[in-house]
Ligand binder design. Structure first.
Ligand code: SF4
Length: 186
């Protein structure tokens, strides 16, 4: 990526590699799609306990997730492309979480926030799911109990990197299909 400047005043970062001339620019389709997707992620917060409070701080004005193009938090899985799971997930909630994931359209990504969502955390008990990756695939894990908003933002930026670099055909690849098949998802 290289910064592009106009009149030495307005500067754009993240312009994809390509060929630029007077008044036009040519680049490849997947780079443009990656750039657009990366900066317009719609998160779906699935918050069940204390880590959800950290998410509220992440959305509030001081940390302001909106700076990353994600101010539009949605509560319908059909509109969102990033599932953010925050909090302790009881085994009874596992099928609900999976249902929400299945209702999201491709391409979709999953961010597991905090020790509980990632591994069960301190709740090594019969009733708590020992990591949401037992029921859905996870793209990025954020450690901590609870993770600070900076850590959540860092995880979010890791998701942005994945989104930006993902090829348009990845979701049709055999590798991706076999990953979903491992979770019993067609
Ligand atoms: S990881 Fe810690 S802060 Fe987050 S939900 Fe679990 S117990 Fe609460």
């Amino acid at each position: 990526m290289r910064p592009v400047q106009y009149n030495n005043k307005v500067k754009f970062d993240g312009i994809p590699e390509g060929y630029m001339g007077e008044g036009f620019m040519a680049t490849s389709f997947d780079k443009v799609i990656g750039l657009a997707r990366k900066n317009s992620i719609w998160p779906l917060p699935f918050a069940t306990s204390c880590c959800g409070i950290e998410f509220m701080a992440t959305m509030a004005s001081h940390y302001d997730l909106a700076r990353f193009g994600s101010e539009r938090v949605g509560f319908s899985p059909r509109q969102c492309d990033l599932l953010m799971v925050m909090g302790t997930i009881a085994k009874k909630m596992g099928p609900v979480l999976r249902q929400v994931y299945l209702q999201m359209a491709e391409p979709r990504w999953v961010l597991s926030v905090g020790a509980c969502a990632s591994s069960g955390g301190i709740f090594d008990t019969y009733s708590v799911l020992q990591g949401i990756d037992q029921v859905i695939p996870v793209d990025v894990y954020v450690p901590g109990c609870p993770p600070r908003p900076e850590a959540i933002l860092d995880g979010f930026m890791k998701i942005q990197e994945l989104v930006h670099q993902e090829g348009l055909r990845r979701r049709h690849s055999e590798q991706y299909k076999s990953l979903l098949a491992g979770y019993g998802i067609q």
